[in-house]
Design a protein around this ligand. Structure first.
Ligand SMILES: O=C(O)[C@@H](O)C(=O)CO
Ligand SMILES: [Mg+2]
Length: 262
């Protein structure tokens, strides 16, 4: 049976960020993920999570100047020092929120040798620091329709790097929404890559709404993940069509105690 985490960057946007923890718990979630908690003091975020009785399954490391269009800096050779600063900035949050895995975003960059070297070095350095904290580093292939020019946009390339580095705490974050747009053939890819999976995320394709229809048959994919022994969490990284609570009906089939309100 899949275990679902609410993605608080996309879900529960009816509420201010710090209020989304209570909202997710009230709606029946036990686990959450989010991109960037860094506008709020770590202690305050930790208190909201504790009060709501939630655990965190994933967050992103700081990813450069997001408002200016940056989408990570790991593949940018001139930003190597900043990657290290970003990890240090995230460290109090990792500790206070008990975050078990963090996504290191690559950035907008060409796929040439120079940027590949920078990315590999950044992943290696972050993996070393993360290992000291008992945390995994996630590499997530993101489709270039949503993020034009994004460096890491190929699932096989991510796995190739993971294999080459051979670092036990560097894992694949398979966002099935992105994988379907990039490659298709999602089921055989999951079968082939199951051993590298550190985290899974979902949304309908192409609209990135609730995973209850459109191009992908999620019930089939959830069964397949179960059959293959995937024990991790599945992040609900979708933009609700309406109010978040109104769109939680799809979870009932999985024994989730989601409270659907209208
Ligand atoms: O899929 C996504 O967009 C996220 O998981 C992410 O971390 C980058 O925006
Ligand atoms: Mg994702």
């Amino acid at each position: 049976m899949p275990r679902f985490a609410a993605n608080l960057t996309m879900m529960f946007n009816e509420h201010a960020f710090l209020d989304r923890f209570d909202a997710a718990a009230t709606a029946g979630f036990d686990q959450v993920e989010f991109l960037f908690p860094y506008d709020h003091p770590a202690g305050l975020v930790a208190e909201r999570i504790r009060r709501a009785g939630l655990s965190v399954v994933l967050m992103n490391l700081p990813a450069g100047r997001w408002e200016a269009g940056e989408r990570g800096i790991a593949a940018l050779p001139s930003r190597a020092d900043e990657v290290r600063d970003a990890f240090e900035r995230a460290t109090p949050y990792i500790r206070a929120l008990n975050v078990p895995r963090v996504h290191l975003m690559a950035g907008i960059a060409p796929n040439d040798d120079e940027h590949e070297r920078a990315y590999r070095d950044a992943v290696t350095w972050c993996a070393g620091r993360a290992a000291e904290l008992g945390v995994d580093i996630m590499l997530e292939p993101v489709n270039r329709r949503d993020m034009p020019g994004y460096f890491m946009s190929d699932v096989d390339a991510a796995v190739h790097l993971i294999e080459e580095l051979g670092l036990p705490n560097v894992r694949l974050q398979l966002d099935i929404y992105h994988a379907q747009i990039i490659h298709g053939d999602v089921t055989t890819r999951i079968r082939r890559l199951i051993e590298y999976l550190g985290h899974v995320q979902i949304a309908s394709v192409p609209s990135r709404h609730e995973p209850d229809g459109e191009e992908l048959n999620y019930p089939f994919l959830f069964d397949e993940l179960d059959r293959l022994g995937y024990e991790g969490c599945i992040g609900c990284e979708y933009r609700p069509r309406g109010r978040t609570e109104e769109g939680l009906g799809w979870l009932a089939a999985y024994g989730h105690r989601a409270k659907v309100t209208s």
